[in-house]
Ligand binder design. Structure first.
Ligand code: TXA
Ligand code: MG
Length: 304
């Protein structure tokens, strides 16, 4: 069977309800979705990605779901949820007894997120239950931001790809650990520490120790081309000229506009591979706003 790209949400819901797995649009990146409570389908998500089963998955809920079924949100977590959901933030909270070990890798916490992509919400409402959805790429590789990327990466290993157009954010959700009163950002995203501090009135730290979110190892989001980080466009141009003289092919990734940079960074890393470029010279964006998330992903892509 060849995998179809479709805009038919009802069809996607029926594939999921019949033990299937699908590519699903969200506002951040495309996810590889399965019903969270379907052990066999979730096992297929892990095997399709080639992801170790102790790397837990994010549980995606509809705005109409009862969040307390899945996790325990303390007051500050609830404040964040109210301010940002539906939207690109994942809250790591103590899990309830409903949450199976095959979702959390046996941990006593669960990652929850209500996405804002209208098609994702329609899909969640139509299936009527939570969906796990890691990014729909093979383990360690570049995340997909278009339906075609999912097809290129996973092909016939998924039953359907729901096409919701290009993702609006382009990098994965911010992950905030809300276990104790002191909040920690485990993965930077569009919603920044500064915004969260404003929402909660509390200081927030970016987790700089050994990552407590498994799967966020040093090398990740990596294309086949070697990625080199540059501090300015001038530096990238100079290095490019030097490569050219050695007949080494290269491309440069750079945008002054941080929103645009986030939107296109994964796409451009993929294009470099499609064009079989040997070196990607990535100009590091300003360390502010979503620039922090882009810097995080580029640093990991360069650690390959
Ligand atoms: O934007 C996003 O979050 C996308 C879209 C599809 O929603 N999803 C995504 O999922 O990025 P994934 O699986 O690629 O990344 C989720 C990260 C992983 O690094 C995982 O280890 C961490 O969240 N995580 C999930 N549950 C966790 C838990 N209980 N404890 C610690 N880390 C957890
Ligand atoms: Mg991922």
């Amino acid at each position: 069977m060849t995998t179809r790209i479709s805009r038919d949400v009802a069809l996607a819901a029926s594939v999921l309800s019949n033990d299937g797995i699908i590519g699903m649009p969200t506002e951040t990146v495309y996810g590889l979705a399965a019903l969270a409570l379907n052990e066999i389908a979730v096992a297929r998500v892990f095997s399709t990605k080639g992801r170790p089963t102790n790397h837990p998955l994010i549980v995606h809920l509809s705005p109409r779901d009862n969040i307390e079924r899945w996790g325990v949100l303390h007051e500050i977590a609830q404040t964040i949820a109210k301010a940002v959901w539906p939207g690109p933030i994942t809250l790591l909270v103590p899990r309830t007894r409903l949450v199976p070990d095959w979702v959390t890798g046996g941990r006593d916490t669960v990652a929850l997120r209500i996405p804002s992509h209208p098609m994702a919400i329609d899909l969640l409402d139509m299936v009527g239950d939570a969906l796990v959805a890691p990014s729909a790429n093979r383990f360690g590789q570049v995340s997909p931001t278009r339906a075609e990327h999912v097809l290129q990466d996973l092909g016939d290993d998924v039953d359907l790809i729901l096409d919701g157009g290009p993702c609006e954010v382009g990098v994965e959700s911010t992950i905030v650990e809300c276990i104790s009163e002191s909040l920690q950002i485990l993965r930077p995203g569009k919603i920044t520490a500064m915004q969260l501090a404003e929402i909660t009135g509390l200081p927030l730290t970016n987790d700089e120790g050994p990552s407590r979110a498994p799967g966020m190892m040093i090398s990740h989001y990596a294309p086949h081309a070697r990625v080199e980080l540059c501090t300015s466009l001038d530096e990238a141009t100079e290095r490019g000229i030097a490569y050219e003289s050695k007949k080494i092919s290269y491309s440069i990734i750079h945008h002054d506009d941080l929103t645009k940079y986030a939107l296109s960074v994964y796409d451009e890393l993929r294009t470099a591979d499609l064009e079989a470029v040997q070196v990607v010279l990535a100009v590091m964006p300003a360390a502010e706003g979503i620039g922090l998330a882009i810097r995080d992903r580029l640093t990991k892509a360069a650690a390959h």
